[in-house]
Design a protein around this ligand. Structure first.
Ligand code: DQA
Length: 146
């Protein structure tokens, strides 16, 4: 079983990008944490990042048939009907993740096109949120197997 962790625009700059908001961990650190979590659950991992909206749509389509997707769509969270439509079209089990607590920030970050089509949402716990999302997906899989 394989899980996809997909990251949107500017997350390639993690570590140096507004560290007071997003912390000092890099995207490579996030990938290492995700890989460790997936290994614990016996899951394969596809880990990707893109700055392009259409490419994110393609990555979501390519995740069809996977056990689930941990998605930090970054700014596209707040703007992209296309990303939300891709999740619906492919019938993906998505956990929406944000490093920062978007609800404690500007009003334009309070709306998400992803949340209505997500299984759940984790925000505000930094890179720990990715691990929490993987654990949540893995335990929902375990429940299904009972
Ligand atoms: C983010 C929050 C978004 O509002 C922002 O556009 C990002 C990162 C987060 O992880 O906290 O790029 O998704």
């Amino acid at each position: 079983d394989t899980l996809h962790v997909l990251n949107g625009p500017n997350l390639n700059l993690l570590g140096t990008r507004e560290p007071e908001v997003y912390g000092r961990a890099t995207l490579a650190d996030v990938e290492a944490a995700c890989r460790a979590a997936c290994e614990r659950h016996g899951l394969g991992l596809v880990f990707r990042q893109t700055n392009h909206e259409g490419e994110l749509v393609t990555f979501l389509q390519q995740a069809q048939g996977s056990v689930g997707v941990v998605l930090n769509a970054a700014a596209y969270t707040h703007t992209s009907v296309a990303v939300a439509d891709a999740i619906k079209a492919v019938g993906l089990n998505v956990v929406e993740v944000h490093l920062s607590n978007v609800f404690a920030r500007e009003a334009f970050r309070h709306h998400s096109f992803i949340s209505p089509v997500a299984r759940g949402v984790i925000c505000g716990f930094g890179i720990e949120g990715y691990r929490l999302a993987i654990d949540a997906l893995a335990s929902s899989l375990a429940d299904r197997r009972v």
